[in-house]
Design a protein around this ligand. Structure first.
Ligand code: ADP
Ligand code: MG
Length: 390
């Protein structure tokens, strides 16, 4: 079945090389570095993490733990701390390392007395159990401790727990840069917290962290720039589109009907291998009968997709652009590729256009395809813009 949610197991296609690198490195006691996955939204970073987690579960000496910062609702350090402890305890429990009777994520809602009682059953050293109780208490509080301290204690816990169990904890923090948006009392915590976490992470012996991020600028701020707190702490890997044969495989498996070569090419051209688009348009097509998919039908499905989803997908990003950036993009959507052509269409001086192309490139909205030639990075976004101009 086509799906818009992250995939793993049988539904996960391609990327075998990258997966083997992730699983091989993270399961090897000799390796100490985790990964930073960088790639635009909807490219498949979460799916990659979840498939890596699935495969790592086969290794008795590794406990993989997954948490997405986008799952946070309140966006407070207390909430992150709670979610992290819950995810860690549950992962250790599922791996048979902790004999907890109930899922920790339920347990964290329980009254403290009950919680203490349940934890007494767990075979942990007194020191570690006390530490867990302290962090749990703090994570229920309303900001009695500095956020940096709360979060570094929460990160230290899985390290110590892994040490006691004689395993390694592979922690995946999806959409990690959102940590910069954590707030307490309405005020953002900012960078200091990330540095605190980094120092804690340096002390860890049994914890390997991997992170992902959808916005390059914020990934740079936390990890990819020399001045960033987590600089040089990760093996950095780009997550790009799927290759054409994987797109064909995805359609062949899930479409439930044949597809003509022309229709396939059209679909490939539209999606450019971005898995979310393939899943979405594929789903649309799978609902439309049994005959072979024609080019006209792909065209219709694409239009429907843009009508239904285009606004949701692109409007917000569009609103955040300046008037000049929009003019440049609109000219490009009409097919202009060089600064001078764009300048003529947008009625702006070529120098200004070149400057705005650089801004847009920093936001990864346009890419340079040759000397003095540019195009809109996402062809679906380009198409959405073109449709709006008509
Ligand atoms: N390897 C893959 N095989 C098939 N579909 C995929 C794959 N990776 C991602 N997808 C699909 O792409 C969409 C986005 O995936 P997701 O992992 O949520 O991306 P991201 O975390 O980068 O935003 C989902 O619809 C998912 O089902
Ligand atoms: Mg994701």
């Amino acid at each position: 079945m086509f799906t818009l949610r992250p995939v793993w197991g049988e539904d996960f296609l391609d990327r075998e090389e990258l997966l083997q690198e992730l699983v091989g490195t993270l399961s090897s006691p000799r390796e100490r570095m985790g990964f930073a996955l960088v790639g635009p939204r909807r490219m498949g970073k979460t799916s990659l993490f979840l498939e890596t987690v699935r495969r790592l579960r086969e290794f008795p000496a590794v406990v993989p733990v997954y948490l997405s910062l986008w799952e946070l609702v309140e966006g407070t350090p207390e909430e992150l701390s709670r979610e992290l402890l819950g995810a860690v305890l549950d992962a250790f429990r599922e791996q048979g390392q902790l004999p907890l009777r109930v899922r920790a994520r339920h347990l964290l809602q329980a009254p403290l007395e009950l919680l203490r009682e349940l934890l007494r059953e767990v075979r942990l050293s007194l020191r570690l159990r006390e530490e867990l109780e302290v962090v749990l208490m703090l994570s229920r509080g309303r900001g009695e401790v500095p956020p940096g301290e709360l979060l570094s204690r929460s990160l230290a816990f899985p390290d110590k727990l892994a040490g006691e169990c004689g395993v390694r904890c592979a922690l995946f923090l999806d959409e990690f840069p959102s940590i910069l948006e954590l707030r307490r009392g309405g005020k953002p915590l900012g960078e200091g917290v990330v540095r605190k976490l980094r120092s804690e992470y340096e002390r860890a012996e049994n914890l390997v962290l991997s992170i992902s991020g959808s916005v390059r600028g914020t990934m740079e701020a936390v990890a990819l720039r020399p001045a960033a707190a987590f600089w040089r702490q990760f093996i950095v890997r780009e997550v790009g589109p799927l290759p054409r044969d994987a797109v064909e495989e995805l359609l062949r498996r899930n479409l439930g009907r044949p597809i003509s070569a022309g229709a396939l090419s059209l679909l490939w051209e539209f999606t450019q291998g971005i898995p979310f688009y393939v899943q979405f348009v594929g789903r649309e097509l799978s609902r439309r009968g049994e005959q072979a998919v024609t080019e006209g039908e792909v065209e219709q499905a694409v239009e429907e997709f843009l009508r239904e989803e285009g606004g949701i997908l692109f409007q917000e990003q569009w609103q955040r652009l300046s008037a000049k950036e929009r003019k440049v993009l609109q000219a490009m959507a009409k097919g202009h590729a060089t600064p001078s052509d764009i300048a003529r269409e947008a009625v702006e001086p070529p120098n200004t256009v070149s400057q705005y192309l650089r801004y847009l490139a920093e936001k990864e909205l346009v890419i340079r395809v040759g000397p003095g030639r540019w195009r809109i990075a996402d062809q679906v976004f380009a198409r959405w813009l073109r449709d709006r101009l008509e």
